[in-house]
Design a protein. Structure first.
Length: 370
């Protein structure tokens, strides 16, 4: 392990085109950081790792002791004193990147051993590809239960409902389809070329959105070239009550409203891509068989918390009725289901379920603080 001053580094060193810097921002999560670093140690493409920048964004020193346990890894440990806003954390350490490629790993997530190699193989074979995201599983612990997240199916829709290849390639309207419905591409899965990655991050900083910038980051990357997507899950995203999305600040600020603002911003800045993304969704939805349509409907219903569906339907032109969702399995009488369908069921479901869930989470967190 070594440390380095914060003086700006000039240019990139001459090194192999596959050399990668891993950016691992952490904030007072020492035990989770240990698991993240252990997953880096297990990478089959470990020889490609030139540097691992671990940046602590709190006043705690525990993460420094954790990094000392991994002396065999090329860790550059830095601390943000005083801590910086979360949106600016990567900016504070980006000058430490000297490699042609950059990978991101959140401190509470971890990689399967082949994650890095899978992305590097795609980037080396397809020079027009600026970055590669991967499918992921949600898990409650390193040896806990894991399952596919709803956004897996959004990426599947974006790829034309075809995951038969090990990797697929997404044009701007495809990327937009995943980002309109939800944050379809996770930060902890991305490996990309340094210049396009910095361009996308700097555009996020310019927007000043600290909440759901994972929905705009892939859109900005798509402006620099095609984006790859590894279809087999090889990253684990931890589900835990202290996630940033469930912070008191975000819950109290009505994060559904903030998500809706992002959707409206995408509609304003990228009208052509939004229109093409909605048209693709509507076309694919009509082509789904009854069973697939029913399953996709269930996924969409479970994920309606982000963004607000009224904007997707009325503004973006996403037509949920295009799926011809079968109603015969509904617990309600058919006439009641038809009435709810006419009233836009996602909005009804969101009002009944998600508002209550947000309120409950906020109350529980405030009770903990007191």
């Amino acid at each position: 392990m070594y440390s380095q001053s914060n003086d700006a580094l000039q240019g990139l060193k001459i090194m192999p085109s596959s050399a990668v810097t891993i950016m691992l921002c952490t904030c007072n999560r020492a035990s989770m950081l240990r698991e993240a670093l252990a997953s880096i140690r297990r990478q089959t493409a470990r020889d490609a790792i030139e540097r691992i920048v671990v940046s602590e964004n709190s006043l705690s020193d525990d993460s420094k002791d954790i990094c000392a346990e991994f002396s065999d890894l090329p860790i550059c440990y830095v601390q943000q004193r005083p801590p910086v806003p979360s949106l600016l954390h990567l900016k504070a350490i980006w000058h430490l990147v000297e490699t042609p490629l950059v990978a991101i790993l959140h401190d509470d997530d971890w990689w399967a051993p082949d994650h890095l190699k899978s992305a590097l193989d795609v980037l080396q074979e397809h020079t027009e590809c600026v970055s590669v995201f991967s499918s992921f599983l949600e898990s409650y612990a390193l040896r806990g239960y894991s399952c596919l997240n709803q956004v897996y199916y959004f990426a599947w829709l974006a790829a034309g409902c075809d995951f038969s290849s090990s990797a697929v390639f997404l044009e701007p309207p495809d990327i937009m389809l995943g980002c309109l419905i939800n944050a379809g591409y996770h930060y902890s899965t991305v490996v990309g070329r340094t210049e396009p990655m910095w361009y996308a991050f700097s555009r996020n900083i310019m927007r000043g959105n600290a909440f759901d910038n994972d929905r705009t980051f892939p859109v900005f990357l798509g402006q620099r070239g095609i984006v790859g997507y590894v279809t087999a899950p090889n990253v684990f995203v931890r589900q835990h009550p202290n996630r940033d999305a469930w912070s008191v600040e975000n819950l109290s600020r009505r994060h559904m409203d903030m998500a809706n603002e992002t959707t409206m911003w995408l509609m304003s800045e990228f009208p052509d891509e939004v229109a093409l993304a909605a048209a693709k969704f509507n076309r694919l939805a009509r082509e789904l068989d009854a069973s697939s349509a029913d399953e996709v409907w269930n996924v969409l219903r479970d994920g309606i918390a982000e963004p607000q569906w009224s904007t997707l339907i009325k503004g973006c032109g996403v037509d949920l009725k295009a799926m011809n969702r079968p109603l015969e399995h509904s617990l309600l009488p058919k006439w009641a289901s038809n009435c709810i369908s006419a009233l836009c069921p996602p909005c009804v479901y969101r009002f009944v379920m998600n508002n209550f869930w947000e309120y409950l989470m906020l109350v529980k967190k405030r009770m903990k603080r007191t």
